[in-house]
Design a protein around this ligand. Structure first.
Ligand code: BGC
Length: 416
């Protein structure tokens, strides 16, 4: 196939056709939000891989963690009739675009490469629509992690907190050390990422009833009030400049020892690694206290848009490259995530990566693997945004915990 494309391109140029169609066949325009140091390093693995296969890359980065801004830009592009070739996308957003009939079809390459057998069903739920493959999953991240500065932890006695009370005691010790206990960026998606972990720390059933089933009693109940109380407590440990801070700058505070801990998905590990830090020596990765054994996951996928026929071959080459086991290992080692296939060895991964892979497999077997609310894997954007709004207002003190549960129940009901 590659040979054919190259030949076609060469002939087109030779015949003085300007090569527009031919160039299009060799090119992918990719919209994504991987703009931090660690993310860009991971993206580079993909760019280089495609370049080695003769596919050039037109970059369309839209900064903004969690992809909120990227999704706004995408909507504008598609409305203007100018969809990118491939778009980084999360969970229910993929299905929403598929419902609109905007996505292409990867069945040919998926069948040839046996994706059905090696890509976990939890991901296939979002990579397939109406029985057809519409997206290529790149990775599996999870949100219920915390990243601790090792020196600060050692100074505080060295014990990893096993439950909420121990976490609070550790944060108090960080305060005594004169560092910011919690590195955080006040953006709705980051507040929601912490809320994922806090809600999960009340148990699997609670998380499932609240965010997967959207059970009104759970959303508006006494335990949810307690979850909001915990958010208030955590809020008391952030610094004065937290508002609007990007997540990677919060990671940098932990990396530099200015802060004790960050509660963030494992893309944060990409920042530690990029800064030359080693797990176990410079930082500690652990599940948010009370959530060990459970995983709230999100998977970055490249949704392939319907494009002109001459651009389809490059799309298929990209999809195939993404699912190659070698690429899955190389990319995810840098990105901080686990591979999107079950048959990739964990050999090249560091201890945190090995733990991510193991936790994921176990949670999948034990029925304790849940889609992340904060990262679009529990609900469509309408519901997700309704939850974001309440969580952020409560975190910023605009709502009491009592008001927040009432609002949460009502907002989700209205958005459903
Ligand atoms: C994505 C990650 C990304 C993070 C921060 C998440 O939604 O899944 O790949 O690194 O947002 O931008």
């Amino acid at each position: 196939m590659r040979k054919f494309l190259t030949t076609t391109a060469a002939i087109a140029v030779l015949m003085g056709m300007g090569g527009t169609a031919a160039r299009a066949a060799e090119n992918v325009e990719v919209l994504h939000w991987w703009t931090s140091g660690g993310e860009a390093a991971a993206l580079d693995v993909l760019k280089k891989d495609l370049e080695s296969k003769g596919i050039s890359w037109t970059d369309m980065p839209v900064a903004g963690g969690g992809g909120t801004e990227a999704m706004t830009v995408l909507r504008a592009r598609v409305t203007a009739g100018n969809a990118p070739t491939a778009v980084q996308m999360l969970g229910f957003d993929i299905l929403d675009w598929a419902k609109e009939g905007a996505l292409g079809n990867l069945d040919e390459v998926a069948a040839k490469e046996g994706w059905d057998k090696v890509i976990p069903t939890a991901l296939q739920q979002f990579s397939k629509y109406d029985g057809h493959w519409i997206a290529a999953p790149v990775n599996v991240h999870s949100t219920n992690w915390m990243w601790i500065n090792k020196a600060a932890l050692d100074k505080a006695g060295g014990k990893e907190p096993a439950n909420w009370d121990e976490l609070v005691a550790l944060l108090d010790k960080f305060k005594e050390q004169g560092i910011t206990p919690v590195a955080h960026g006040g953006q709705p998606w980051q507040d929601a990422t912490i809320f994922d972990a806090v809600v999960l720390s009340f148990g699997n059933d609670f998380y499932k009833k609240a965010f997967i089933d959207l059970d009104p009693e759970t959303l508006g109940g006494a335990q949810m009030k307690e979850a909001f109380d915990r958010m208030t407590k955590l809020r008391s440990y952030v610094d004065d400049n937290f508002s609007g801070r990007d997540w990677n700058l919060a990671s940098a505070m932990v990396i530099e020892g200015k802060a004790g801990v960050q509660f963030m998905g494992d893309w944060a590990k990409g920042e530690f690694i990029k800064a030359g830090k080693k797990p176990g020596a410079d930082f500690v990765c652990m599940r948010f206290p009370g959530t060990q054994g459970s995983v709230t996951f999100n998977s970055d996928q490249f949704a392939m848009f319907k494009v002109a026929p001459e651009k389809v071959p490059a799309q298929l080459v990209m999809a195939s490259a993404i699912e190659s086991p070698t690429f899955q290992s190389a990319f995810n080692v840098v990105k901080g995530s686990a591979p999107a296939r079950t048959d990739v060895s964990d050999e090249a991964f560091d201890d945190c990566g090995k733990k991510a892979i193991k936790d994921l497999a176990e949670a999948n077997t034990n029925g304790t693997l849940f889609g992340s609310m904060a990262h679009g894997h529990a609900n469509p954007a309408s519901v997700k945004n309704a939850i974001y709004d309440v969580v952020t207002r409560q975190f910023n003190g605009e709502l009491t915990s009592e008001e927040a549960v009432t609002e949460l129940k009502a907002a989700v009901e209205a958005a459903k």
